[in-house]
Design a binder for this molecule. Sequence first.
Ligand code: SF4
Length: 252
Amino acid sequence: MSARAALIEVFHSIQGEGRFVGEPMAFLRVATCPIRCRYCDTPHSYRAGSTFRVEGADPESNPVTAASAAAVVEEVAGRSPFHAAGQPLRVSVTGGEPLVFPDFIVALGEAWGGRTRIHLETAALDPDALRRVLPVLSHLSADYKLPGTLEDGDPRPAHVACLRVAVERADLSIDVKIVLVSGVAREVITQTLDDLSPFADRILLVLQPVTPMGGIVEALPHAELAHWCAAAAGRGFRFRVIPQTHKQLGVE
Ligand code: SF4
């Protein structure tokens, strides 16, 4: 039997973050996340409902098999104004935290059999789960959460362990996304870039100024952004500053 997962929604839109910003993309948002970030923009994904939203159609029941979810994604993309027929379908598997369901992600890859390109957007705190799904991925967007982002614990060792796993796939494109909040100490910035330096030749550092919302009320001051950029450039990182754009575009 195909692996199952609980979903929040399936829709097709424009990617609003990271190196693929502006690309048409399907989104498969899994339910549940054991992590709690101060800047979370998807708290509605914490709990699974009895059904999940399907753009342009009636809700479907949770949990869903990977084979069924794969078919729903293709149907949704097929009627999307953003999807050009004949173009390869890119699917962002996001959440919530998708690595809660590694078998489901592997089964999605098997169901699509190379017809789609799977982009995994993860908090990157579970290296064992990441290792299981690695063979089916086309792109990885891994968070690097700064100290103080989580309610509990230091995420840095798990982030580094995930990156060690990710770089085993020589052909995998890897974004490391850092949400930049204001007031981060200079030594924390130094430590962050030191942690990531061993991977500098394999990753694109995505510096994402925080979108004020929830418990975050202050936008990133220009001087702090300039310091992040100078520090990253000084260590030889490829980096881009990319804010969340989907809210400006008025898309999901
Ligand atoms: S990992 Fe993602 S879904 Fe979970 S709390 Fe953090 S931002 Fe929200």
